[in-house]
Ligand binder design. Structure first.
Ligand SMILES: [Zn+2]
Length: 269
């Protein structure tokens, strides 16, 4: 297929930023009015939110602006067709979108598994897991090095596979609100959770992944679909009572401040 027009791209970029910021504001308001687990005090909640958003700012500055812009600028334009394997089939955009979204979700599943299995990757990824109180901002709490590596690997894989980069832009418009919902400190209706669970990585399914128990952390890796976990034997049914979240040894304030989180990968526990 031909390259995407600049108009379509700016529409997609607007939708990306809009759903991310809109999702954050929506859940922050909901959490303020009806939290699932209340914080000890309002200042405690505010500090938690600001710290995690501080990590998001670093990811945007370092991973998205530096690594992302460099990759997109040097390798290819985001709206252009990708040169890799799939390009030989000359697929139309709907087919590219469906195949691309499934392939990227499968990539994210294995990248997430690698982040738990490879010790030095876990040092980076444990920053996300060290949050002792999940809320919508936990979905934005990642070490910038982990995000940079993830973006570089994903872009490389997409170009080799022949999936145009705009597929990832469209995918994130749908997946970012789901990632925010997975961490949000709110209660969704039970029927909604049960209906979505066979296919999607729902908030309760993902909460098991944030347990302090290592065996539970090493399950439910799926970002969008729960299907990969079922297929590869890592699915764990959410228990009736939700587990305590966090990483043993990383609870103190030393590991919860922005500077502490940035230093976490390089520190001994
Ligand atoms: Zn994880």
């Amino acid at each position: 297929m031909a390259a995407l027009t600049d108009d379509t791209l700016s529409l997609l970029r607007g939708a990306y930023v809009g759903t991310l910021i809109g999702g954050l504001v929506f859940f922050l308001l909901w959490e303020g009015g009806a939290p699932r687990v209340a914080f000890g005090s309002a200042p405690e909640r505010r500090r938690h939110v600001l710290r995690n958003l501080g990590m998001l700012l670093l990811v945007v500055l370092i991973a998205d602006l530096v690594v992302g812009a460099w990759l997109l600028g040097t390798v290819t334009r985001i709206g252009a067709p990708a040169p890799g394997w799939l390009s030989r089939f000359e697929l139309e955009w709907p087919a590219l979108l469906v195949i691309g979204v499934l392939a990227i979700d499968l990539f994210q599943y294995w990248w997430h598994r690698a982040c738990h299995a490879v010790p030095w990757l876990w040092r980076l990824h444990r920053v996300h897991h060290s949050d002792t109180h999940l809320d919508v901002t936990t979905g934005a709490r990642f070490h910038a090095l982990e995000s940079s590596l993830g973006i570089a690997l994903l872009v490389g894989t997409m170009l080799l596979a022949g999936i145009p980069l705009w597929v990832e832009l469209v995918r994130t418009i749908a997946v970012n609100p789901l990632i925010l919902a997975q961490h949000a400190n709110v209660s969704f209706p039970r029927w909604m959770e049960r209906a979505a669970r066979p296919v999607l990585a729902t908030p309760e399914v993902h909460r098991v992944h944030h347990s302090r128990l290592r065996a539970e952390q090493d399950s439910n890796f799926g970002q969008m679909l729960s299907v990969w976990d079922r297929l590869f034997g890592t699915y764990r049914q959410p228990p009736a009572a939700s587990a305590t979240v966090g990483v043993a040894g990383l609870e103190s304030d030393d590991f919860q401040s922005v500077a502490g989180m940035c230093a976490t990968p390089f520190r001994r526990i």
